[in-house]
Design a protein around this ligand. Structure first.
Ligand code: BLA
Length: 714
């Protein structure tokens, strides 16, 4: 009888069965456990039966074994944790593969009868090599697994070889299969997570192979059962012969299987799947064949990992490029929701979906109009939920799907304003072919009432409704990337608009006060004296002129910020004459300024003369205000394709940072070196004007001078 007590395994504790310490082994081989000094701690009851001599607890291994295995035992005694090796002993029909390892200070030696000559291993290496060369160039995991199962089928001779892949919910599916003719196919069948409980899955990561030679075996107990020093059961996690769970044996028996073998597929440290082999009669597989199998499986896992990485890398790269393009369009957008919904490539191209919704401050907009109601419901659902910025379900959380939509992937890009992007997927009716009705049945088994594995493995079809295709890891990753990109844009927009608003208020307060004071004063002094009245009128005109310039700067700024661009009225203009006039005006406007002129006469160009005047006046104004010595030089020349205009003046050196930021709006207005005559918008607007003319404006410093160069294409 099995020595584990099946009657103790219930629905609740199925996962707690300590399968690593069964206290017994499968009887097709024998085991001995040695202490670190070489003394026998325990051995399987069938030891003498297999080896013709017993291993007495408290004594060294029998001399006949030591003489053949001295080297292996020596190595194990001197080795550290995790050591493992193998050897052979005996002769002819009575040959054994001896598989040794050290775990928790115990050296385990397992003896498997093995009539195969040692050199068979070379053939195996060749077989494995052939399989590997066949699978190396598989383009996708499906093809890869198909080829591996076919190869393993040939290599091992099992009736049925399956590749079993775990799904996110730990249920599994047979994704590739090779079997002897005449067997029904299990391909595509699904098995619930509880068929392989979690401790069994964990053990698969430590020990990749599991062989059951005969599912109806009687285990051979370890005697003594406990470690004499620790009083603990022996941990057989890494043993080849470990007795497996009786429930699992019953399961296989119900499935019509007598011999089985499995090897795990571990990808990135996680149990990704396994190869499961069934035989309708007892079957033992030589250790060397198992090693070849294991090697093929490891290479297969590496190939799976590589294929998945390539696939993931390509998908993420593509999405990232799209996210970048989308992000670019958002920076200057007036209406963020509209911009997100109209973006091209669209939000619906990032993640496979039926519709996308953008929600912000209670506003909801969808791309295709299908998810309007669903998005509203989801928005209030999400606002009550947790702190998470990513939410994904493939079953609608409310009572019934809205408009047939069941799956939602949502990311929050703005917490304050409840900003979400949501992708929606419709219901996908799925026909799941379970390998038998996936129910745990409490039944009266061989040892009384307990949980039994199901008795029937006939395919049982379940129609699963109300759920959508689940959101993949890549899709979540892409959604998260988009979330970060938009959150970033939001952050900049907020900081831009907030700080702009502040600066605008500060600057307007400061800049408008001075001219207003002048007007007030001038008005109060208006009298009948004609001469005086004329002067006062002039003063009022100047002040109001400055005010209206300020106002138009602000207007222009908001036009530019809204992305409306600079409106130009180009006419053929004598730029030389225009500049001459402007220089004269400037000398009047800035008394005391000495303006050196170097204007090539007769230069014609198609420009907006008012706009160009705005640039020149601004540059000369800056020279008078920020320069030293109230001197400036204005020059104009023409190249083959452009007109070159420079304003240079002696000036204290500027920091690199300031030089870099000269054309940004508002710089410096709130600082000490404040601009007495404006919002610091002049250069920003000048730059926009130059660019609207297909030209540029540049600032340089050197030799005690600051020089602005305006280039206008002609
Ligand atoms: C183990 N169950 C397993 C294993 C597999 C499966 C592959 C690993 C051991 C092995 O190599 O056989 C399941 N085998 C399958 C499936 C297919 C297959 C799904 O070939 C599909 C074709 N099992 C139950 C219930 C319990 C249970 C109800 O159905 C628990 C009460 C337990 N299964 C169980 C346990 C193990 C197991 C405990 C570990 C066996 C061991 O390693 O000791």
């Amino acid at each position: 009888m099995h020595n584990a007590s099946p009657d103790q395994v219930t629905l609740a504790n199925c996962e707690n069965e300590p399968i690593h310490t069964p206290g017994s082994i499968q009887p097709h081989g024998a085991l001995v456990a040695l202490a670190a000094d070489g003394r026998v701690l325990s051995r399987s009851q069938n030891f003498a039966e297999h080896l013709g001599t017993d291993a007495q607890p408290g004594h060294p291994l029998p001399a006949v074994l030591l003489s053949q295995l001295g080297e292996l035992v020596e190595a194990g005694l001197g080795a550290s944790e995790g050591w493992g090796d193998s050897a052979r002993c005996g002769e002819g029909e009575a040959s054994f593969d001896v598989i040794a390892h050290r775990f928790k200070n115990v050296i385990y030696l397992e003896f498997e009868p093995q009539p195969l000559p040692e050199n068979a291993f070379h053939h195996l290496a060749g077989d494995a090599q052939r399989i590997i060369s066949r699978i190396r160039h598989a383009r996708d995991t499906e093809a890869l697994l198909r080829r591996v199962t076919a190869g393993i089928h040939e290599l091992t001779g099992y009736d049925r070889v399956m590749a079993y892949r775990f799904r996110p919910d730990d249920s599994g599916e047979v994704v590739a299969e090779a079997h002897r003719p005449g067997l029904v196919s299990y391909l595509g069948q699904r098995y619930p997570a509880s068929d392989i409980p979690s401790q069994a899955r964990r053990l698969y990561i430590q020990n990749p192979t599991r062989l059951i030679a005969e599912v109806t075996y009687d285990p051979s107990p370890l005697i003594p059962a406990m470690h004499p020093e620790t009083g603990q059961p022996f941990d057989l996690s890494y043993c080849e012969l470990r007795s497996v769970s009786p429930i699992h044996c019953e399961y296989l028996n119900n499935m019509g299987v007598r011999g089985s073998m499995s090897v795990s597929i571990v990808v990135g440290g996680k149990l990704w799947g396994l190869f499961s082999c069934h035989h309708q009669t007892s079957k033992q597989l030589a250790y060397s064949v198992r090693l070849s199998f294991q090697m093929v499986s490891q290479i297969c896992a590496a190939l799976v990992e590589r294929l998945e990485q390539i696939q993931e890398g390509e998908a993420i790269n593509l999405a990232q490029t799209r996210i970048h393009a989308l992000e670019e369009g958002l920076h200057d957008a007036g209406d963020l929701i509209a911009a997100l919904c109209q973006a091209s490539p669209g939000l619906d191209q990032l993640v496979e979906c039926e519709d996308v919704a953008v929600c912000l401050k209670g506003r909801v907009q969808t791309l295709n109009g299908i998810a309007d109601d669903a998005a509203r419901q989801m928005q209030s659902h999400l606002s009550m939920l947790s702190d998470h910025d990513l939410y994904a379900v493939n079953r609608w959380p409310g009572s019934a799907p809205v408009n047939g939509l069941c799956g939602v992937l949502a990311v929050r890009f703005d917490r304050r304003k409840n900003g979400w992007i949501m992708w929606f997927r419709p219901e996908q009716v799925e026909n799941v072919r379970w390998g038998g009705k996936p129910e745990k049945i409490v039944d009266t088994g061989p040892s009384g009432p307990r949980l039994t594995p199901r008795g029937s493995f006939e395919a049982w079809e379940e129609v699963v409704r109300g759920q959508a295709v689940p959101w993949s890891r890549i899709e979540r990753n892409v959604a998260e990337r988009l979330r970060q990109a938009i959150a970033n844009v939001m952050f900049h927009r907020v900081s831009n608009t907030d700080s702009m608003r502040q600066m605008l208020i500060a600057a307007l307060g400061h800049d408008l006060r001075t001219p207003l004071q002048s007007i007030t004063m001038a008005a109060s002094m208006l009298s009948d004296n004609e001469q005086r009245t004329a002067r006062l009128r002039q003063a009022i005109a100047t002040s109001t002129g400055r005010m209206s310039r300020l106002v138009s700067h602000v207007m222009e700024l908001s036009r530019l910020q809204a992305g409306l661009g600079m409106a130009l009225a180009r006419v053929p203009t004598d730029v030389s004459a225009l500049l001459g006039d402007l220089a004269n005006e400037a000398e009047l406007a800035y008394p005391g300024l000495s303006l050196e002129r170097d204007i090539t006469p007769g230069i014609q160009a198609n420009v907006d003369p008012d706009r160009l005047a705005q640039v020149v006046i601004n540059l000369i104004g800056n020279a008078s205000q920020h320069g030293v010595g109230n001197r400036a030089r204005l020059s104009l020349s023409a190249g083959p394709k452009e007109v070159l205009l420079t304003v240079a003046n002696p000036a204290p050196p500027m920091s690199e940072h300031r030089l870099q930021n000269l054309f940004a709006p508002f710089k410096g207005t709130t600082s000490q070196q404040g601009n007495r005559d404006g919002l610091g918008l002049g250069l920003y607007i000048s730059d926009a004007i130059a660019r609207a003319h297909g030209g540029s404006i540049r600032a340089e410093q050197g030799e005690g001078e600051v020089r602005f160069t305006v280039r206008i294409a002609v």
